[in-house]
Design a protein around this ligand. Sequence first.
Ligand code: GLN
Length: 284
Amino acid sequence: MTKSSYSTIAEVLQWAYSQLASSSDTAHVDAEVLLLHCLNKPKSFIYTWPEKALSVQQFRAFNNMVLKRQQGVPVAHIIGEREFWSLPFIVNESTLIPRPDTEILVETALNLTLSPHAKVLDLGTGTGAIALSLASERPDWKVTAIDKVDEAVELAKANRQNLNLPQVEILQSDWFSAVKDRDFDLIVSNPPYIDAEDEHLNLGDVRFEPQSALTAGEHGYADLFHIAEHAREHLVHGGYLLLEHGFEQAIKVREKLIELGYQQVATVRDFGSNDRCTLGHWLS
Ligand code: GLN
C-alpha cells in the first residue's frame, strides 16, 4: 500500500512503522533510517521537526523505500550505505553487508602490539570494512586487502576513495594467490563460514547477500581452515592470525589452530557476548 494522505514527518513515520511491523524486527529504526536518507538530514532533525511536511519528491522516495523494505530488501541495500566502525561504507549486492559483530575483530587487531609500520592482510575484504577501518586508525600500517570477486574489489576501491585512505592496497586474489611471496605481521579475515544447510539463510538480510560471501563447505569450516593452514606460509615469526567465525564454531577453530602449530590461541566474544573471533600467535 502506498502512503498518500498524510505528509508530516511524524505522520509518515507512524505510517511506515505500521507498514513494516509485520515484516521487520527493526521497523522503527528502519523507518527512521530510510526517512533520514530521503531527507538527507542528521538524526536530530526528525525529533526536532515532527510537524514539518515532506516535499512531494521526498514523499515518493520514502514510499518506494518502505515498499522495498516490506519485501525484505535490506535497509543497507535500499540506501546503498552501512556504517561500520563509525565510518560510512558504500554497499551493494556483490558482497556482505558489514555487521556490528565484526567490530570486535577490528578492536582485537588494534589491541595487538605490532610495529608502527606493520604489514597487514585482510582476506575476503568485501566492502573493505575491516581493512579500511584498521587503516583509518593506524595510518602507518601497510594494509593489503584482497577479494576474489571483481565487483567486491571495485566496491572496496570505491570505499577506499570515499574514505580517503589511498595507502590501502586492494587486489583481486583467490585467498593468497596474489600475495604468494609476501609475509605479513597480521592476517585477518571474516570469510564465509555459514553451513549451506543453515536455516538462517532463509531469514532476513542474508537472503539478499551472495552465497560467495556467506557459505563455505565442510559445515562452514572450509575457508576458515584453508586460511589457517596457508596463513602459516605468509606470517612473519611473531605474527598473528585473527579469524571471525560463527558463534558455535570457536572450539573447532581453536582446535584447528592448535593442531596447525599456532600458540596462545584464544577466542574473543563480540558485544552480544557471542564467541566471534579467534586469535593465534605464529612463533615458529
Ligand atoms: N556473521 C554473518 C551472519 O551470520 C555471516 C558472515 C560470514 O559468513 N562471514 O549473518
